[in-house]
Write a protein that binds this ligand. Structure first.
Ligand code: C2O
Ligand code: CU
Length: 460
């Protein structure tokens, strides 16, 4: 299904020079150079990943089957021999409501073991998809994940076994947990970013051969969304890339949420930077033309020189629409208690591919220990020459400060970018016992050793 953009030519559209400007027929069948009409550029239609079908009649249960299997699919016109859930990349969107029970029957039809991790969704220990928490599901075997969805937000799911490779090949999807008390939008659309071809020397990078870096939006390169009428949109963004950052210009949009759903009153946009694993929710009015543009961004220190990149665009009819009001008070961040319970120092460099936390490479790591009921303060210091999106399993964290500056409002995340030479301070109350994985979500860094374990002991 392609959507042909013949008018409203965009920045990336080439106008072919010609000395035959008289022939303005719009004829494009093979003689564009001669006719002098602007070249017609086909852009794919913006589409969202198909939602998984609910197999359960109980309205409070979302029960689905996800089949992980090898799959061949197209990225930017090139063929990728990868993996997929239910044959689609991104995988099926799972859409439930807060309080629902999620039941997912994983059918592993890969030739290798796999697991599913429920990134940010607060899965209980035995359902978190990490190999020491439960054995991976062997090739040809099935396993059923089930747990209660206790928080609203935009979460995602992906394997946590040979993670960099399996995610890169296409195993990921979005888990939307709606809060029925929140206002509704005319459109609620999942937007999954992935990048392809960022490195030649990384054996896990499944780049379309010979191509430059491309970003896909729900699997398509530079798609166009053309709704029939103006309306309000809740964009639910996920950066599922292994290594790439998106720095979206959200001027004129509302920032509704980060990783963990709506926590405070929405704020006016600005730049929204999504490292690998990050999510954000934006409220927008689709009226007329709008382009989603990512600024040039470097892993080695943020804003960079270069051309901005269009990710997708909207071509809506002009019209009036008003964003709904979220009845959430703003809230000040918790004052920093001024002590540190756990310190993680991020070290390494791309040259050696050796990435460390506190000088240690997973699995040979010292396990920090806290107790259920503790107010835990974690400080993450980045001493390496690249940014790292720090992700903690088990508990989402409040951001106390970034480089000593508290956020201007209460902010809860499960994945937070730690800039080069930066220091972030995080806190949460430990409520769930277990050996919870903590790692960089640049997945080749995690594979290279930048992972550790935080042990939360049950109180006797
Ligand atoms: Cu999204 Cu430990 O992972
Ligand atoms: Cu990293």
């Amino acid at each position: 299904m392609r959507w042909v953009l013949a008018v409203g030519l965009s920045a990336c559209t080439a106008t072919v020079p010609s000395d035959d400007v008289e022939d303005g027929t719009g004829d494009t069948d093979g003689d564009r150079v001669e006719t002098g009409v602007p070249e017609v550029v086909e852009r794919p239609a913006f589409g969202v990943p198909a939602e998984a079908a609910d197999e359960n009649d109980d309205p409070d249960v979302l029960e689905v089957t996800l089949t992980a299997a090898p799959a061949t699919y197209e990225v930017g016109g090139r063929t990728v021999e990868g993996y997929a859930y239910d044959g689609q990349v991104p995988g099926p969107t799972l859409r439930a409501r807060v309080g629902d029970t999620l039941v997912v029957h994983l059918e592993n039809r890969l030739e290798v073991p796999t697991t599913i991790h429920w990134h940010g969704a607060g899965a209980p220990y035995a359902m978190d998809g990490v190999p020491w928490q439960r054995d991976p599901t062997a090739a040809g075997e099935d396993f059923t994940y089930t747990f209660e969805l206790t928080e609203a937000g935009t979460f995602w799911y992906h394997p946590h076994f040979d993670t960099a490779r399996q995610v890169d090949l296409g195993l990921y999807g979005v888990l939307v947990v709606e809060d029925p008390d929140e206002p509704t939008f005319d459109h609620d659309l999942v937007v999954v970013f992935d990048s392809w071809g960022e490195s030649d020397d990384d054996p896990h990078q499944h780049a379309p051969e010979g191509s430059d870096l491309v970003w896909t939006v729900n699997g398509a390169v530079d798609p166009v969304w053309a709704p029939d009428a103006a309306g309000t949109v809740r964009w639910r963004l996920l950066n599922a890339s292994n290594t790439g950052y998106v720095a979206l210009d959200a001027d004129g949009l509302q920032v509704l949420a980060g990783d963990q759903g709506v926590e405070v009153a929405p704020r006016q946009g600005g730049q929204v930077v999504l490292g690998p694993g990050d999510r954000a929710e934006l409220g927008a009015v689709a009226s007329g033309t709008w382009e989603a543009v990512s600024a040039p961004w470097s892993l080695h220190g943020g804003a960079a020189w270069g051309d901005p990149m269009r990710l997708w665009s909207v071509e809506a009819r002009p019209g009036a629409a008003t964003l709904p009001t979220f009845d959430v008070p703003s809230r000040a961040p918790t004052p920093d208690p001024g002590r540190t319970d756990v310190t993680y120092t991020l070290q390494g460099d791309g040259g050696s591919g050796a990435w460390r936390i506190n000088h240690e490479a997973f699995p040979d790591v010292t396990i920090a220990t806290v107790d259920v009921g503790d107010d835990v303060v974690i400080e993450v210091r980045n001493l390496s020459p690249t940014n790292h999106p720090f992700h903690g399993h088990g508990h989402a964290f409040e951001v106390l400060s970034i480089d000593g500056v508290p956020p201007d409002r209460y902010r809860v995340e499960d994945t937070l970018d730690v800039p080069v030479n930066g220091v972030v301070r995080l806190r949460y109350e430990a409520t769930r016992a277990g050996d919870w994985m903590q790692h960089c979500h640049i997945l080749p860094h995690a594979d290279g050793g930048m992972m550790t374990v935080l042990r939360v002991l049950p109180t006797p």
